[in-house]
Design a binder for this molecule. Structure first.
Ligand code: SF4
Length: 284
């Protein structure tokens, strides 16, 4: 069995930065481990390893109080939630990815200029809530999951279009094409993160030379899910796994297995899968 790795995979800059900030806060004061406001990344194993160090995930601002430290994850938070956290007296460690922060600023500026704000992404995703929440009227941002939703919007004179950083690039181009027919003055931000694009292109390339693929990453990770979808185009068998325990049986029947990993997947999780497959390959 041959194991082929995607040229680009695993932790992106924003996730690495968030983990570095968390590690720095932990070593600064081990007696007062910071909280995470929502899971830092969609990777249950990593979250669990931090839980053992006393870092707990909080979901509501009323779980915080004076003297607490709380890390804002790379997805960011809305302005309203930030104000609520500040009101608790907790200290904020801001790990909002600079690229997400840029989308938040662009959305707020577009609103101030009187433009309709369209966000292309998964409604309910933390990043979309953060970007919509940067507007003074968060309900004013219209979230479009895809081109079909764009077909349904009414024509407007001026609008700004921003994509979730992990959105699939071809899908975004399809939304742009639809909105160009409906908006006289359409301002488009190519806000899909290059880390996402590079991982998507790499898995697309990899898929052409493999007869099966494994995508390592958390089940709740949107970018891992997109890699999984891309890997499956063409009908090759593909599995999304969080670790070796999720691997299916019968992998030793494949000649060439490709491996990719989402932007929130630690190198150790990929190494574990590679080691397992190598052991399996030796037995063939
Ligand atoms: Fe930031 Fe890109 Fe990583 Fe998202 S995928 S956290 S935008 S570096």
């Amino acid at each position: 069995m041959e194991i082929l790795l995607a040229d680009e995979m695993g932790f992106c800059m924003g996730v690495r930065r968030a983990i570095d900030l968390l590690d720095a806060a932990l070593s600064e004061d081990r007696e007062r481990p910071p909280h995470m406001f929502g899971p830092l990344i969609h990777n249950p194993r990593l979250i669990d390893s931090y839980r053992k160090l006393g870092v707990h995930v909080v979901k509501e601002t009323n779980e915080l109080g004076p003297g607490d430290r709380v890390l804002i994850r790379a997805h960011g938070i809305s302005a309203a939630v930030r104000r609520e956290i500040e009101a608790t007296g907790a200290e904020i460690i801001d790990a909002t990815c600079p690229k997400v922060a840029a989308s938040m600023q662009r959305a707020a500026r577009a609103e101030a200029e009187g433009r309709t704000v369209y966000l292309v992404g998964d409604p309910g995703h933390g990043e979309m809530e953060a970007v919509a929440g940067a507007l003074s009227d968060p309900g004013g941002a219209i979230i479009l999951p895809g081109p079909e939703a764009a077909e349904r919007v009414a024509p407007v004179a001026r609008a700004t279009l921003i994509a979730q950083t992990t959105y699939e690039s071809e899908g975004y181009e399809a939304v742009i094409a639809v909105l160009e027919t409906k908006v006289d003055d359409l301002q488009v931000y190519r806000s899909i993160c290059p880390a996402t694009r590079k991982r998507q292109e790499a898995v697309r390339r990899l898929a052409t030379s493999c007869d099966a693929l494994i995508v390592v990453g958390g089940r709740n990770s949107a970018n891992t899910q997109r890699l999984f979808e891309i890997a499956g185009v063409g009908g090759r068998p593909v599995w999304q796994v969080e670790g070796v325990d999720d691997l299916p049986s019968g992998l030793d029947s494949y000649q060439r297995i490709g491996i990719s990993a989402g932007a929130s997947t630690p190198d150790a999780a990929v190494a574990e899968v590679v080691d397992y497959l190598q052991t399996l390959g030796e037995g063939v």
